[in-house]
Design a protein around this ligand. Structure first.
Ligand SMILES: CC(C)(COP(=O)(O)OP(=O)(O)OC[C@H]1O[C@@H](n2cnc3c(N)ncnc32)[C@H](O)[C@@H]1OP(=O)(O)O)[C@@H](O)C(=O)NCCC(=O)NCCS
Length: 189
C-alpha cells in the first residue's frame, strides 16, 4: 500500500470545484442531494431513501477506506460559494492489478455545469500519479448517456456492454463499461 494513505487525503482544486475529503457535518447535505430519486435512479450503491444517519455512516466508512488504502471519496465543493454539489468515489482499489472503479453523482439542481467532468479530470492526476494506478474503469446504465458523456469527455473509452448487469427498481438494466489507461491519460494530458 502506498505511503500516501498514512497522510491526510489531499485536496484537489480545479477551475469550478475543489475536491475535498467529506466531513461528518456534510452528512445532511449528502443525504439531501444524494437522496433525490434522480440520483438513485441511475446509480447502484446510493441508498434510497438516503437518511442523514446513512450518510454519516457512509462518510465514516469512506474515511476508513482511505486509511486502509481501499478507496476514497471526495465532496465536490463549488469554488464560487463553498457549497457541496456532489460526490466522487474511487473504490475497489486493486493493488495487484493497479486499478479501481470511479463513480460520481451531482445534485439535481447542479446538473449541466460541467461539474462531473471536472471532478473526474481532477481525480486522474492523483490516481495515475501518487496512487500509480494503471487502469480506471466506470459503469453506467445504457439509459444514462449523460454519465457516459462525462467519462468520454474525461478520456475514458467504451469497452463493452454488460447485458442486464444491474437490477434497478426491480428491472434488469444493460450497463456500459468504460475505462481509461494510464498510458492513454499520459498521452492526452
Ligand atoms: C451523470 C451526472 C453525474 C452528470 O453530472 P453533470 O455535472 O451534469 O455532468 P457534466 O455537466 O460534466 O456533463 C454532462 C454531459 O452530459 C451531456 N448530457 C446530458 N444529458 C444527456 C443525454 N440525455 N444524452 C447525452 N448526453 C447528455 C451534457 O450535454 C454534457 O455533455 P457536454 O458537456 O458535451 O454538453 C449527473 O446527471 C448525475 O449525478 N446523475 C445521477 C447519478 C448518476 O447517474 N451518476 C453516474 C452513475 S455511473
Amino acid at each position: 500500500m502506498k505511503d500516501i494513505f498514512a497522510r491526510t487525503q489531499p485536496v484537489l482544486e480545479g477551475r469550478l470545484l475543489r475536491l475535498r475529503p467529506l466531513r461528518e457535518e456534510d452528512a445532511a447535505r449528502v443525504a439531501e442531494l444524494g437522496g433525490a430519486r434522480e440520483i438513485a435512479d441511475t446509480t447502484i450503491s446510493v441508498p434510497h431513501p438516503f437518511t442523514e444517519e446513512l450518510a454519516r455512516d457512509w462518510i465514516r466508512r469512506v474515511d476508513e477506506d482511505w486509511r486502509a488504502g481501499r478507496g476514497l471519496a471526495y465532496g465536490m465543493e463549488r469554488i464560487e460559494d463553498g457549497g457541496l454539489v456532489g460526490v466522487i468515489v474511487l473504490r475497489d482499489l486493486d493493488w495487484e492489478h493497479l486499478q479501481g472503479e470511479v463513480s460520481f453523482w451531482v445534485g439535481r439542481p447542479f446538473w449541466g455545469h460541467g461539474y462531473a467532468e471536472e471532478a473526474v479530470r481532477l481525480l486522474l492526476p492523483l490516481a495515475f500519479g501518487p496512487l500509480a494506478l494503471n487502469r480506471l474503469y466506470a459503469h453506467h446504465m445504457v439509459r444514462n448517456p449523460a454519465s457516459g458523456r462525462v467519462l468520454e469527455k474525461a478520456g475514458f473509452r467504451r469497452e463493452g456492454l454488460m447485458r442486464q448487469r444491474a437490477r434497478k427498481w426491480g428491472v434488469f438494466e444493460d450497463v456500459v463499461l468504460l475505462a481509461l489507461l494510464r498510458e492513454e491519460w499520459q498521452a492526452g494530458s
